[in-house]
Write a protein that binds this ligand. Structure first.
Ligand code: NAP
Ligand code: GCO
Length: 266
């Protein structure tokens, strides 16, 4: 196989959860350019419509479905429908997510459970639903969207950090259980990426100066900038393609160097 062809996704069906905007959308658009058929779901009709028109603007004929990844019945119906209307999924990107920035002692157990449910149970339910088809096909790629919070903690994100740390271990476990079926399950750990999820951390101050968290992240990132969803597309193509067929159970951090850096000396 030609070295560049190893990165192509022609003939592959890729399903991206929560793929109507932000990181999931950028990955879906890149997969389409690499030759894949793109399928995505999202939590509401409005988001799915928004996603479909964004894909259309890029010249991509994507298939969009409303489905809550935490609801096993909805997910099983989704996968059945995708198999009938598009085909058996080769690549699953567990991208759907939520964050609640609340100090731990002010957070209710219900709010904590909700975050865990979307990231961990959602990825479990989605993976469980596609693995049988991947086994039948003889190959499969599962990519879990991890985080800096798979490794680091910070104030107000106890549920999110617990969820992303758990997702890292679910990644290793799927690799352990289904590696022998030629399924590779890896994670991507984005650094701080400019999307609506992080917009509150980048809001300008009333005097027009940068948000203190924005300044903190720029100082903590050797690259000296926030990432963009497009920064994640090369790594996402690598992990979905034959170029990564012996890479399994790994978290590829795409963080502009944050995890390598102790921070600027005072
Ligand atoms: P995001 O705001 O985290 O949202 C992704 C999508 O998932 C949204 O459309 C969201 O809908 C949807 N979603 C939420 N709950 C769902 C459910 N139960 N079922 C189906 N879809 C659901 O987008 P993002 O910032 O592009 O992040 C994508 C992923 O990367 C997330 O897992 C996030 O945690 C992770 N990540 C993000 C960053 C960053 O800096 N942005 C860094 C590291 C990791 P709503 O819009 O209605 O919530
Ligand atoms: C936060 C952020 C993060 C990022 C990301 C880092 O409040 O600290 O939202 O958790 O979104 O996941 O990799």
């Amino acid at each position: 196989m030609d070295i560049i062809d190893m990165f192509r996704l022609d003939g592959k069906i890729a399903l991206i959860t929560g793929g109507s905007y932000g990181i999931g959308f950028a990955i879906g658009a890149a997969y389409a350019k690499a030759g894949a058929t793109v399928v995505f779901n999202d939590i509401s009709e409005e988001l799915v419509e928004k996603g479909l028109s964004s894909y259309k603007e890029q010249g991509v004929k994507a298939h969009g479905y409303v489905c809550d990844v935490t609801d096993e019945n909805q997910v099983n119906k989704l996968i059945k429908r995708v198999e009938e209307e598009v085909g058996v999924v080769d690549i699953l990107v567990n991208n759907a997510g939520i964050i609640r920035r609340i100090p731990m002692i002010d957070m209710s157990a219900a709010e904590f459970r909700k975050v865990i449910d979307v990231h961990i149970a959602g990825a479990f339910i989605m993976s469980k639903a596609v693995i049988p088809g991947m086994i039948r096909k003889g190959h499969g790629k599962i990519i879990n969207m991890c985080s800096m919070m798979s490794e680091l903690g910070r104030e107000t994100v106890s549920a999110y950090a617990a969820a992303k740390g758990g997702l890292k271990m679910l990644t290793r476990n799927i690799c352990s259980e289904y590696g022998s079926a030629n399924i590779q399950c890896n994670g991507i750990g984005p650094g701080y990426i400019a999307t609506p999820q992080t917009a509150p951390l980048r809001e300008l101050q009333p005097d027009g100066s940068r948000h203190p968290f924005d300044q903190f992240i720029i100082g903590r990132t050797p690259a000296g900038r926030w990432g963009t969803p497009e920064d994640l597309t090369g790594p996402a193509i690598f992990l979905a393609s034959d170029a990564s067929n012996f890479v399994n159970g790994h978290i590829l951090y795409v963080d502009g160097g944050i995890l390598a850096y102790i921070g600027k000396q005072p």
